[in-house]
Design a protein around this ligand. Structure first.
Ligand SMILES: *Cc1c(COP(=O)(O)O)cnc(C)c1O
Length: 346
């Protein structure tokens, strides 16, 4: 089977250097940390990773969370007060919505990428404001207009929280730290960036990066950070290693973009409308049953492509969500495109 739905875009989960770093950390420190970060679970590795992350993200400080889900919930529930207002893209990841609900703030969900509507809502609002968005949307693969969001955040004196889960390791010429890097904007104190090690970085765990005061507040207030056992040494050591690999070698990322370009070109030539703004390429089907039937037919042809259905996506927007990776060969991509055209048009 050819796996076409993994988020391990750069194939790092199988990288020998990461496996070695993880094994060495197990040999040296064991398999578990034995406690939460603030009690006894912090190893030198955790602190090294957080310093390394701050450099990677070009900001003052960073904090490791146990997963992206936990980081987003832990961030919003700790920082946002119930008298504040959160403005969230309608297609944001569920973890951001859950964090918003737990904060008990007023939640305003604006139509996907609709900056004009967002601005109108901002004009009507009083009190402390938070703009919250995925940078690359997990089920649509498209990008948030970061410059526009940043301008709005400045003009309306709002905080800006960006989730780089699907962009970390993939965007940015110098560090490949995420889509924010491509804007050339500074990480000023109103910007807070989250992301995960579990996708292109091939491992597990997550981070929040931003101003030192933000990180200090999270250390003291975020339940997702305080009340959970520290990630094990093997995971942290792999995370430290992967940041070096991502920064030092643009090669894998380039291969990934070549694959995305090839796949989109082939589908466009066959008359299927796709945009390749990321390695996530959704093919809209609409009906749930039909999406499942397509997925089954592709499976019979040797391609594992999941049908994504409600509630992960809105009603009537079931789709095949294809993700490309560096592990796909041009021949496999051609074969996949042929199979898709056959299945979707027959
Ligand atoms: C996957 C994802 C998360 C959750 O990350 P995990 O580390 O898997 O918990 C958060 N936000 C977005 C946008 C995601 O796609």
């Amino acid at each position: 089977m050819v796996d076409c739905c993994s988020n391990d875009y750069l194939g790092f989960s199988q990288h020998p250097a990461l496996k070695q770093a993880a094994s060495e950390a197990i040999e040296r420190y064991g398999t578990g940390t034995g406690g939460s970060r603030l009690i006894g679970g912090t190893l030198p590795l955790h602190q090294q990773l957080e310093e390394r992350l701050a450099r990677f993200k070009q900001c003052e400080a960073a904090l490791v969370f146990n997963s992206g889900y936990q980081g987003n919930v832990g961030l919003l529930s700790a920082l946002v007060d119930r008298h504040d207002t959160i403005f969230a893209d309608r297609l944001n990841h569920a973890s951001l919505n859950d964090g918003a609900l737990l904060s008990r703030a007023r939640l305003v969900r604006y139509p996907h990428l609709d900056m004009d509507t967002l601005e109108k809502r901002l004009q009507e609002s009083e009190g402390i404001k938070w703009l919250v968005s995925d940078t690359v949307f997990s089920m649509d693969g498209d990008q948030a207009p970061l410059k526009r969001l940043y301008d709005l955040a400045c003009n309306y004196d709002a905080w800006l929280v960006l989730d780089e889960a699907h962009a970390t390791g993939i965007f940015g010429d110098q560090h490949r730290s995420g889509l924010w890097e491509t804007t050339g904007l500074p990480m000023d104190s109103r910007v807070i960036v989250t992301g995960t090690f579990s996708k292109a970085l091939g491992s597990f765990g997550a981070y929040v990066a931003g101003a030192q005061t933000v990180i200090n507040t999270l250390i003291n207030k975020s339940h997702g950070f305080i009340y959970s056992t520290a990630l094990p040494p093997a995971v942290i050591a792999a995370n430290l290693k992967v940041l070096d690999l991502v920064e030092q070698d643009p090669g894998p990322t380039q291969t990934l973009w070549d694959n995305v370009g090839l796949f989109c070109r082939l589908l466009q030539e066959a008359g299927i409308d796709v945009v390749g703004q990321s390695p996530i390429i959704p093919l809209q089907v609409g009906d749930e049953e039909r999406a499942l039937a397509y997925s089954k037919k592709l499976f019979e042809r040797g391609f594992f492509v999941q049908a994504i259905r409600p509630p992960t996506v809105p009603d009537g927007q079931s789709r095949l969500r294809i993700t490309l990776g560096t592990g796909h060969t041009p021949a496999q991509i051609q074969e996949l495109a042929r199979a898709l055209v056959k299945v979707m048009t027959s």
